[in-house]
Design a protein around this ligand. Sequence first.
Ligand code: NDP
Length: 283
Amino acid sequence: MKELHFLSQLTGCLASPVDENPSVAMVEAAYKHHGLNFRYINIEVGPDKLGEVVAGARAMGWVGFNCSLPNKVAVIQYLDGLGESAALIGAVNCAVMRDGKLIGENTDGKGFLQSLAEVRDPSGKSVVMFGAGGAARAIGVELALAGAAKIIVVNRDPKRGQEVVDLINTKTGTSAELVTWNSTYSIPNEVEIIINATSIGLFPDVNANLNISFDSLRSGVVVADVIPNPPTTNLLREAKSRGCITLDGLGMLVNQGVVGIKYWTGIDADPTVMRKALEDIFS
Ligand code: NDP
């Protein structure tokens, strides 16, 4: 006779469309690598049925789930509380069952920061961040919580840009300013970290370029792109050819997965196994 264990712990991603979301391959690769009896499944759901799905997840004893578009804000009403940065950002991409309470976290910015930490500490640094959407909001808040001195938000739509600037200025100790992006932008000399948090360069529009002076990218500055597909964007190619330190969007994606897995399982997942799973998909 042998003791049998066939009850899996459940996690997944609630999004629409979810069919194209590759996180499942990366997370399942980590579960398998670490011998965890956990599963991660993609669930096609939008805000209309989200409440029922979250109630179902609670009833089935899920340990947590990711949320992607269009559910990152809508999910908050079905949760029992929010972590610090998720509350500031106003969006949740990861829910975690803690002591019977479903708590909303935002791992997008944390994943970015973890990826950035491999090459530079943002504390006391000046940053230029292109974009003011969901990804930019998450990254901006985490950079501020990590002690960035100044964040210049460069965005096409000034209203959206101002909202991120106001959030950082009023809720964190970092100073933020807006540049409305209506002409070719040159990176100021004092800037040490440059981030593309827009969707420019995302498949299928892979030849799109940021409207910036590439010659203002100084050697030694960090240039990070959030675009995961393709991982090597025109921005990163231009930056690399000028001696910049580059970070691709897979790093952010992998690290937000590492943070989520830590929340759900308590283990530190191996990022190289997760990155390999994504590279196999995008190659
Ligand atoms: P949003 O739609 O919320 O925001 C898009 C942003 O891109 C806005 O600031 C928008 O400017 C800007 N933008 C889009 N097209 C242009 C253009 N042609 N010229 C200038 N600005 C433009 O998207 P998200 O913030 O959710 O996502 C942005 C990117 O981040 C996506 O490509 C997504 O794949 C990626 N991402 C990557 C993650 C990772 O782990 N690697 C995690 C999350 C997101 P405006 O406000 O003026 O419209």
